[in-house]
Design a protein around this ligand. Sequence first.
Ligand SMILES: [Zn+2]
Length: 390
Amino acid sequence: MTSTFKISDNKDEKCRVGTLEIGEKSYLTPSFMLYTKEGSPINLTKDLLNQLPHEKTHSLQLLFSDLFQFTDVLEKFEQGVHKFLALQDHLLFLLIRDSSSFVEAEFNDDSISVTTRKGKTKITIQDYIKLVKVIKPDFVTSLSVDIAWETSKKKATKIVNSSSIWLEKFLEANTGINTFGVIQGGKFEDLRMKSLQDLLKNKDRLVGTILSGFGTGETNEERNQLINKLIDQLPKEHVKLISGVGSPEEILSLVELGIDLFSTNYPNLMTEWGNALTFKYKMNELKNNDNQEENKINLWDSKFVIDATPIIKGCECFTCIQHTKAYIHHLLNTHEMLAEVLLTIHNVSHYLGFFEEIRRVIKDSQFSEYKKLFLEKRIQINNNSNSNDN
Ligand SMILES: [Zn+2]
């Protein structure tokens, strides 16, 4: 099914609000894609996912190496990956890069190596086309592998060349699935520009562009400088996606440059560590000058043992409405899986609320002011907590 992407007219700044539509589903950007394992959103059943506040439709990052392991089942199932995963209401993106950890994939001139539970398998462009047609996601990346910032020029050149050839072949195959082109090239600007030029030859057949290979060892300045140059030359109507970066600070810098979609596992990582996100993100709250806050709290901390308050008073998520910090602390200590479920509900909801506010301030032409206030507040809180630690 063909998608459309409508962008708010934003004359003064690069940041924009977009609406990505496919069939009956409508999705607002900037936003982030939920992380999945084996195709399922981590710790969230269908009902829990559909009850999250702020958004009704979510986008999910399906990892090719996960889906690859049950394409034979999907082929026999015949009713499509949405029905199989009970995710009919949401947008499914098939991606190759795992946003939770970066391991440079093995690359051969005619294929990439995919690591699965069953070991390593080589995937050629013909294999990839065949598998994508079986999986039938809403959106798919053209075949490519992410390389680290410090990868040699020789290897980066090979990947750029192969990715361009594979993009042509993938589009020739007419899979009928909305496709994202990939800009490769590591830290080498000339290679990034070559990759971009090859992608532009097919720009009208692509719905978006993935800015690949970031979050792999570059500094924020190096990343922002390069992305700024690339985005200036990309079609405005392309959805711009980045993978592997997604802390609140990174999100604001990249939204400012025109990034629409983040493939990140940041909220899940917080959950894994027993953290609950508590940073303030509403414009009016950021203007408030109280010093009593933290950006996140760790529920393993014994100070919560009899704390009968929710993670955030007034948070609309199921966890905060129903449960106390003391209960989650207890669940963590007794190694109950429910602890992670409740933390996921809160952390994902909190991030959805953060992005909702980002879209609101862009629409109200307040983004620059918002970013400044947000970052000042974070630095102030970090400094306070460091001085308390000493
Ligand atoms: Zn909550």
